[in-house]
Structure formats: structure tokens, C-alpha cells
Write a protein that binds this ligand. Structure first.
Ligand SMILES: Nc1nc2c(ncn2[C@@H]2O[C@H](COP(=O)(O)OP(=O)(O)OP(=O)(O)O)[C@@H](O)[C@H]2O)c(=O)[nH]1
Ligand SMILES: [Mg+2]
Ligand SMILES: [Zn+2]
Length: 325
């Protein structure tokens, strides 16, 4: 079993009693493993959500907006059988605190550099996908500046089959070389940890799309996808992965022709198992300082999650889903 806290595989958990209550501990990190995680391990297997990106590029706000979209935006009334459930008190606190913060128009503070604690969330009822336990890992962007810091503070990247690589192009003075540097640093950090990018799917998430949407001429598909990107547009969206695939190709072309990110795109496609592109606006509009000026309207924040779900399918599950559709 994969320990959700230290992400090592453990066969024998330790039985102990705390205040008269039986607990099962990971023998390595000594964390108490939530009983539902153990009970549902086969039917609701873990998926590591590894969020990577420079400082201030929108990692924490993206996670908060995703929690908000999943729990406060009425998604459960659109997708029959959809719900999420936190697996421990700490995760529930994180999910509630972050989604209420956005609801109240506030933003989370910058993340401090430490060994991040995962937010454990089971997710049921995404159309076409079996249930999964998402283990969200979000750390300070500062960590991704140096490969040595990655290997020290972001060991979680090693255990992720899919990495969410968040980039805010408007926050980079020279986006093309900066993106290539981030990717290069990530690959070195991953390899220092003993990982191999060829075993990972890379999902490049262009964040804060509300800041660059108006400026993209010649990409009507991307614009329309983002403008019509609120949660309500997910109902009857047909084969959504096909739509995401088309958007990914458009964004790839956008990065090549408008951002000149050839090196980034070519290196990503050479080294990773697969590379896909998507774009989100976690807030829907620019905030003023640490306050939102309008109600939060997340745009396409579920797209990276759908890629994660897609890549978490076993070949057999994928075959069955294809057969059914
Ligand atoms: N316009 C706009 N601004 C955003 C959006 N998402 C995030 N921001 C801005 O970006 C700032 C930083 O976002 P965070 O999510 O805290 O960034 P981070 O990547 O977690 O940063 P570190 O924790 O320091 O690594 C926020 O305070 C917002 O001002 C968005 O969707 N649109
Ligand atoms: Mg952060
Ligand atoms: Zn552990």
C-alpha cells in the first residue's frame, strides 16, 4: 500500500492504540493512515496530484479553486453521483478553509517552503471515470528554482504518474527561456531523486488565463473554450477528452507561435511519456491585491483534473470505457 504521507510502499502497517482508539500507522513516517483510505484502497486507488511551478504562478489558488469548483459550485447537481469526501480532519479543514476563502473573495497567502502535507480527497462520479483518492501536494514555488531544493522538499514528484506544471506566462519577463529553465530544473530534480520523466505524463497548465485571453488573436477555439469555461458548461459536454485534446493542440501551437517556447515544447515532448496543454483561470478575473473584485468564477479548472483521471486509467478500464461510449 502506498502511504499517502511519505509516499513509500508499505506492506505491514503498525497497529497501535491512541487514547484507547486503535490506529494503523505507516512504519516509516509514523502517520496514522485514514481507515477509509485503507478500506477503499482497491476500489478508490490513490492518484498523486503533484503541483509544480514558480512562486506566485497560481498553484495554491488553483487548488483552492478546484476545491471550490468541486464542492461549492453545484457540480453535484450536474454530474449524477458526483461527490468528494475528505479523508481526515486536516484535509477537510484545508478544503473548507480554501473554498470559503475564495467564496468570501479572499486569497490564500504564499506557501512556505517546508515538507508539504497532502490533502486527501476521494472523488466519485466524474462521468466516465472510476473513483479515485486524490493526494494533493502543493509546496512553495521557491522549491522549483533549484534542483537541490526539489530533491529535498518535493520528493512527492517522484511518485506522481502525472505532473501538473503550472505556468503564468504573464508573470515571466522572458517566458520562453524561463519555461525551459523551469522544465530543466524539474527534470534534474526528478532524476536526482531517482525518477524518470519518461515514466511521467506532463500536463502543462497555463494559469491566470483571464490576464492574457484578450491578447490572443487568431486562437478563437482557445478563447471560446475559456469564455464558456464555467462549471455549467460541463453538462452534456460529450466526449470531453476529445475536446481537451483539440484544445491541447491549439495551446501547443499558441506556445510555439506566440510565446516562442519551442525549446520548452520540444524538450517536454522528448523527455516525458506524454505532454498535454491546458489553460485555466482559477479566479475568472484579476484580484486587487489580496481581494477579489467580483465573485469567483473558475474557468476550466476541471480540465487538468480530467487529464489526471484519464492518465490514471488502467488499459483495461480505458478499453471498457471506449467500448461503452
Ligand atoms: N488574474 C488572476 N490572478 C491570479 C489567478 N490565480 C492566482 N492569481 C494571482 O496570483 C497570486 C499568487 O497565486 P498563488 O496561488 O498563491 O501562487 P503560488 O504558485 O501558490 O505561489 P507560492 O506559494 O509562492 O509558490 C494570487 O495571489 C493572485 O493575485 C487567476 O486565475 N487570475
Ligand atoms: Mg502557494
Ligand atoms: Zn508513511
Amino acid at each position: 500500500m502506498l502511504c499517502p504521507f511519505c509516499l513509500t510502499n508499505q506492506k505491514n502497517l503498525q497497529n497501535i492504540e491512541r487514547d484507547g482508539i486503535p490506529k494503523l500507522l505507516c512504519p516509516k513516517c509514523k502517520e496514522a493512515i485514514p481507515s477509509r483510505y485503507i478500506a477503499d484502497y482497491k476500489t478508490c486507488p490513490p492518484v498523486v496530484v503533484s503541483v509544480v511551478g514558480f512562486r506566485g504562478h497560481g498553484k495554491t489558488v488553483y487548488c483552492a479553486s478546484l476545491f471550490y469548483a468541486m464542492r461549492r459550485s453545484g457540480l453535484a447537481s450536474i454530474w449524477p453521483g458526483f461527490f468528494t469526501t475528505a479523508l481526515n480532519e486536516e484535509s477537510l479543514d484545508t478544503v473548507i478553509a480554501n473554498s470559503s476563502m475564495l467564496e468570501k473573495g479572499e486569497l490564500p497567502p504564499s506557501t512556505v517552503k517546508n515538507f508539504p502535507r497532502p490533502t486527501l480527497l476521494q472523488i466519485y462520479g466524474i462521468p466516465g471515470y472510476p473513483p479515485r483518492t486524490l493526494l494533493f501536494y502543493d509546496t512553495a514555488g521557491e522549491v522549483f528554482e533549484r534542483a537541490s531544493a526539489i530533491s529535498r522538499y518535493a520528493g512527492f514528484i517522484m511518485r506522481a504518474h502525472t505532473v501538473l506544471f503550472l505556468v503564468s506566462i504573464r508573470d515571466l519577463e522572458n517566458p520562453a527561456p524561463e519555461m525551459a529553465r523551469l522544465l530543466n530544473t524539474y527534470i534534474i530534480g526528478l532524476e536526482e531523486l531517482g525518477g524518470n520523466p519518461s515514466m511521467q505524463n506532463l500536463v502543462v497548465v497555463l494559469t491566470q488565463a483571464d490576464r492574457w485571453l484578450a491578447a490572443i488573436e487568431g486562437f478563437p477555439k482557445i478563447r471560446e473554450h475559456l469564455v464558456r469555461g464555467s462549471i455549467a458548461h460541463l453538462a452534456n459536454s460529450g466526449n470531453y477528452v476529445q475536446t481537451l485534446q483539440a484544445i491541447s493542440s491549439e495551446l501547443r501551437y499558441f506556445l510555439l507561435t506566440k510565446v516562442n517556447a519551442h525549446e520548452f515544447v520540444h524538450a517536454a515532448e522528448k523527455f516525458f511519456k506524454s505532454t498535454r496543454f491546458c489553460a485555466v483561470s482559477a479566479l475568472g478575473a484579476a484580484p486587487m491585491g489580496h481581494k477579489l473584485q467580483t465573485k469567483v468564477v473558475p474557468k476550466r479548472v476541471l480540465d487538468p483534473l480530467i487529464w489526471l483521471m484519464e492518465y490514471s486509467l488502467t488499459p483495461w478500464q480505458r478499453f471498457l470505457i471506449k467500448l461503452r461510449s
